[in-house]
Design a protein around this ligand. Structure first.
Ligand code: NAD
Length: 375
């Protein structure tokens, strides 16, 4: 159940671009990034309204979680699905996984809509796609909910351990973030040792708290912020983390900033306040504007470890579960490779004087192009 409360909290505060343009046609939204397919599912009896966005199946089945959100319009939901599906393609491709990118969004109030019939109906729709899209948990979609989906389709992953699934992915995600952070530290400080480094961790939920554990084991000095007092108390008590205010996290004289709560925290207002030389965290879509804020960080000499590269532990776990290759040991070895990939990305970015996330995206695109030829 860890995942449900987590995602709910995160979702409520996640700064998603919800400014969908009602005038733009579906195809005009699919065209810029070559989305393959958009599926709309409707069921009057259960109130199900779902959009499944399949961005790419070049490497394998499109994989990505299902998000339930009370969108203000269908257009807004479509924009979210399209954007998130593409992000999944890049995350999986750079992680060397044989899966593509997809995402499902369910429109409406989860508290009012979610029940067994609703979730099983959704499972039937997913099953109708014959494995072209594989779903998993995301915002407001719990492990328990996925069990209902599983009753109707085998194309769902990230199931509870009790029924043979991989369970919560936060530990492996945190480990991958830690690896990426060390690679970025090596680039910025000449050593990947985090001993004595001041790390500002924003959000000490499932991923953030486990990251803190890795950090203190290495004798880093942790500063933590969270909206939850109890979570702060826990990391303060167990890991001697210094508690800072929600807004104060940007002003801490830290060496490293680790966003592990919300997306889009790197913007015009926060970047000038940060004194860190490294940014590496678990949150998705950390740059408010991919272009502008990536450039801003580079110009300020900040080493930015691309979010979709370092937080890929979760997709590694659910993909392994789906293909029947899940083993904890193997997964940790795989997540450890995030260090090497991140190092390559950062070195190339430095050589080419460009932003690391642009290099990471290019590497993902190159892998997709070369493997697509084989199929
Ligand atoms: P979580 O909900 O357990 O943790 C998020 C924490 O952030 C919560 O404790 C919440 O109280 C806190 N928070 C909310 N608003 C905040 C604010 N303004 N300032 C500081 N803290 C705030 O979620 P999680 O599973 O730990 O995921 C964290 C981030 O990592 C999310 O962006 C998620 O999308 C991303 N992510 C998670 C995984 C995973 O495996 N869980 C995988 C990839 C990416």
């Amino acid at each position: 159940m860890e995942h449900s409360s987590i995602n709910q909290t995160t979702a409520i505060q996640e700064k998603v671009d919800r400014s969908a343009n009602h005038q733009v046609s579906v195809f005009d939204q699919m065209a810029p990034h070559d989305h393959e397919q958009i599926v709309h599912c409707f069921d009057k009896a259960t109130g199900l309204k779902a959009i499944v966005a399949i961005h790419s199946t070049a490497l394998g089945p499109a994989m990505g979680g299902t998000r339930i959100w009370n969108y203000t319009s269908d257009a807004e939901a479509l924009t979210d699905a399209i954007r998130l599906a593409r992000g999944m393609t890049y995350k999986s491709a750079i992680s060397g996984l044989n899966v593509g990118g997809g995402k499902a969004v369910l429109i409406g109030d989860p508290d009012q809509l979610k029940n067994e019939a609703y979730l099983r109906r959704f499972g039937q729709f997913i099953d109708g796609l014959n494995g072209k899209y594989v779903t998993a948990g995301d915002v407001n979609m719990t492990l328990r909910d996925l069990e209902y989906v599983r009753m109707e389709t085998r194309h769902v992953t990230g199931l509870p351990e009790a029924i043979g699934g991989s369970g919560s992915s936060s530990l492996i995600t945190a480990y991958g973030v830690y690896m990426g952070m060390k690679a970025a530290a090596k680039e910025a400080f000449g050593t990947d040792s985090l001993e004595g480094k001041k790390v500002a961790v924003q959000g000490v939920g499932a991923v953030g708290s486990k990251l803190v554990e890795y950090l203190v084991k290495e004798k880093a000095v942790v500063f933590a912020s969270d909206v939850s007092e109890s979570k702060l108390q826990r990391v303060s008590r167990e890991f001697s983390a210094h508690v800072v205010s929600l807004d104060g996290i940007y002003d801490i004289p830290a060496d490293i900033y680790a966003p592990c709560a919300l997306g889009a925290t790197l913007d015009d207002e926060t970047i000038p306040r940060l004194t860190c030389q490294v940014i590496a965290g678990g949150a998705n879509n950390q740059l408010a504007d991919e272009q502008q804020h990536g450039v801003m960080l580079r110009e300020r000499g900040v080493v930015y470890a691309p979010d979709f590269l370092v937080n890929a532990g979760g997709i590694m776990a659910v993909a392994a579960e789906y293909f029947g290759t899940y083993s904890k040991n193997y997964l940790f070895q795989k997540a450890e490779r995030i260090y090497d990939v991140c190092q390559t990305v950062l070195q190339q970015a430095a050589q080419q004087q460009t932003e690391p996330h642009q290099i990471a995206m290019k590497m993902a695109e190159e892998r997709i192009a070369s493997i697509a030829q084989l199929r």
